[in-house]
Design a protein around this ligand. Structure first.
Ligand SMILES: Cc1cc2nc3c(=O)[nH]c(=O)nc-3n(C[C@H](O)[C@H](O)[C@H](O)COP(=O)(O)OP(=O)(O)OC[C@H]3O[C@@H](n4cnc5c(N)ncnc54)[C@H](O)[C@@H]3O)c2cc1C
Length: 201
């Protein structure tokens, strides 16, 4: 294989090294093991959210090894190292639920607001811009660690308008006839029961 296609991965921090597809996650690197080894992969993917995971899966299915690099915590490993660890409740966020801040940034003020804690690479980040605050999931799994698990097919006219604005020319109809149905099927999407949906709450 052409060596120039390889990206050297060395001197990593703590990362999950995963090859999806035929092989499940093959190992977890530790800072020590990375010092003594130089690893080469044809593809390195930064982040482990949905987009990264699907890209890694598809590449691995084609037999292309992938290493995924994640700056957040691998919570499965964390739990193994700290067997007594439990995620904080939504009603009482802590540093484990907050990315590198001293106080909670939970979008709904449920509890523990104003309480100071030691900064930690917790599971929810907020980036503040002048007119908007953006929430992000952090850790192996990205947004899947924090999101509501709702799968909503967006309104077609909204896509048409937005793609036109940014000058992207794609066949929007194929999204609705092929790709949203495929994604929904793969995710095992189902519907909220009607009585629940119609309830006051
Ligand atoms: C609280 C909340 C609730 C949500 N609820 C829903 C919902 O119900 N339904 C829905 O469809 N969507 C929901 N979303 C949105 C959805 O989770 C995101 O759209 C989705 O996760 C984005 O996927 P992604 O692959 O773009 O990246 P992400 O899932 O954001 O993953 C990116 C990953 O990359 C890592 N990373 C970033 N930069 C670096 C770097 N430089 N080096 C190493 N690692 C890096 C991050 O730590 C993160 O783990 C929600 C989001 C939030 C925050």
């Amino acid at each position: 294989m052409n060596r120039s296609k390889f990206i050297q991965v060395s001197a990593l921090g703590i990362f999950s090294q995963g090859v999806f597809g035929a092989n499940p996650i093959i190992s977890t690197l530790t800072p020590d093991s990375t010092k003594s080894k130089k690893l080469s992969f044809p593809v390195v993917i930064i982040g482990t959210g949905y987009g990264s995971a699907v890209a890694a899966l598809r590449l691995a299915e084609k037999g292309i090894p992938v290493v995924m690099i994640e700056e957040g915590v691998d919570w499965e490993q964390y739990k193994k190292v700290n067997p007594k660890f439990k995620f904080p409740k939504m009603t009482f966020p802590s540093n484990h639920s907050t990315w590198l801040r001293n106080t909670s940034i939970a979008p709904i003020p449920l509890g523990n607001l104003g309480v100071n804690f030691k900064k930690f690479t917790g599971v929810l980040e907020r980036r503040d811009f002048s007119h908007v605050k953006v929430y992000l999931g952090k850790g192996v799994g990205g947004g899947s660690l924090v999101n509501g698990g709702m799968t909503v097919t967006p309104d077609k006219t909204y896509f048409q308008e937005t793609f036109q604005k940014v000058g992207v020319d794609i066949d929007i109809n194929s999204l609705y006839s092929t790709y949203f149905p495929k994604a929904n099927q793969m995710l095992g999407m189902n519907y909220i029961p009607e009585d629940l949906y119609q309830s006051e709450w």
